[in-house]
Design a protein around this ligand. Structure first.
Ligand SMILES: Cc1cc2nc3c(=O)[nH]c(=O)nc-3n(C[C@H](O)[C@H](O)[C@H](O)COP(=O)(O)O)c2cc1C
Length: 378
């Protein structure tokens, strides 16, 4: 299959594959690792617009890019048009960012409770104001928006919010085809992506949710007509998914599942990239622990060894344990598209009292500062 081109403003994304922003995961190290397997667009972790504007040290560190990142893509989260515009100006002017994505799908109760995250698209006029402010501040840099279907099946917002984003100047809209209430449970309803594609005709529509293998990406494009895919959990512990995606979109045969030796090689590279990024071996080793289970999903690695790997705190410890694994071992049969990462939910979404009333839906007012609380997840 030859993929149609995906353009986000002046950026050509070929193959039409985007690494989903994932808090705590898509840092410089992981982006670099993924990009080494295939082309595409690699988005940063979510960065709080307000924290960035206020020069929060941690946030500034998180917002960094590696020297090899010739297309710098960042995801910002904010609920106040002024702070979002300030953050956009900063990342464009100071960090030389080429693409800004706005997070409007975070289901964390910490922010939805105050009207932020996935609760925000319930105010399409506010979405429009935020996007407009971001687009004005971005100049020629394209601004995209990532959202969910809505708060719940009773309160779907994506069509109206997407229209508002497009009217505000968004260069593309990405849809995670679940409601906030679903969190990560069940399956993404790709028919909603098709609906969005029929609804938004002037800019590209990106589909997101449950691309576990390259064949899923091709199927998503074929079934929904979307212009590109956003890949999240499928690449956790499987950065070579981007190689498969590049091969699949180019019509080349796939290389087949990695043997355990390639997995171990990927783990060692990932860990070393984290050490380089953090400049702190202990911190990198602790951060890497969450990746261990994802990498070893479907491989015979032994329960005791997995436990010890998930507790390792030095490179030497990791290396010694990884040396014990048999590089010739194969992935278990039928596990090529095994889910990994979050699968929790559903859970009722808390929004401010009256947030979904007709008067509130028609409002363009930004929620209070509490909705800007730094959080992780999307
Ligand atoms: C660990 C983790 C962190 C996430 N963090 C963010 C985030 O910061 N911003 C965002 O828009 N989505 C975030 N998401 C959601 C993903 O970008 C994506 O929309 C979701 O996982 C569905 O896609 P998938 O089925 O390909 O994983 C996160 C998901 C996971 C698993």
């Amino acid at each position: 299959m030859t993929a149609p081109g995906l353009k986000l403003g002046p950026i050509e994304v070929d193959p039409p594959v985007v690494l989903a922003p994932m808090a705590g995961v898509t840092n410089i190290a992981f982006r670099s690792l993924c990009r080494s397997y295939g082309a595409g667009l690699y988005v940063s972790e979510m960065i709080s617009a307000r924290a960035l504007v206020e020069d929060n040290d941690n946030t500034l560190k998180k917002a960094g890019f590696g020297p090899d990142e010739d297309v710098r893509s960042i995801q910002l989260y904010g609920v106040d048009p002024e702070f979002v515009a300030g953050a956009v100006r900063k990342v464009v002017d100071d960090l030389g960012v080429h693409h800004v994505d706005l997070n409007m799908g975070c289901p964390s109760p910490k922010v939805t409770r105050h009207g932020g995250g996935a609760a925000l698209p319930a105010r399409p006029r506010l979405v429009g104001r935020i996007v407009e402010a971001a687009v004005r501040a971005a100049g020629p840099v394209p601004v995209t928006v990532k959202m969910r279907v809505g708060v719940s099946p009773r309160h779907e917002t994506f069509l109206e919010a997407a229209s508002a984003a497009v009217d505000g100047g968004a260069a593309a809209v990405a849809l995670h085809a679940r409601t906030a209430e679903q969190l990560y449970s069940g399956t993404a309803d790709w028919s909603r992506i098709a609906e969005l594609k029929a609804h938004v005709t002037s800019v590209p529509v990106l589909g997101n949710g449950d691309v576990w293998a390259a064949s899923d990406a091709l199927r998503m494009l074929a079934e929904t007509g979307c212009d590109g895919v956003v890949v999240g959990r499928g690449c956790l512990g499987k950065p070579w998914l981007f190689r498969d995606l590049a091969d699949a979109f180019a019509g080349r045969p796939l290389q087949g599942p990695a043997r355990l030796g390639e997995v171990v090689e990927g783990m060692r590279r990932h860990l070393r990239l984290l050490v380089e990024q953090f400049g702190d071996e202990g911190l990198a080793c602790r951060d890497f622990r969450k990746h261990v289970g994802w990498y070893l999903t479907g491989y015979p690695a032994g329960g005791e060894r997995r436990r010890r790997l998930a507790l390792a705190s030095t490179l030497a410890e990791y290396d010694a344990l990884l040396d014990e694994l048999d590089p010739g071992e194969e992935l278990g049969a039928g596990l090529e598209a095994a889910p990994r990462g979050h699968t929790h939910g559903p859970k009722e979404v808390t929004v401010p009292y009256g947030w979904l009333s007709p008067a509130s839906l028609a409002s363009d007012a930004a929620p209070g500062r509490e909705a800007d609380a730094w959080t992780s997840g999307g």
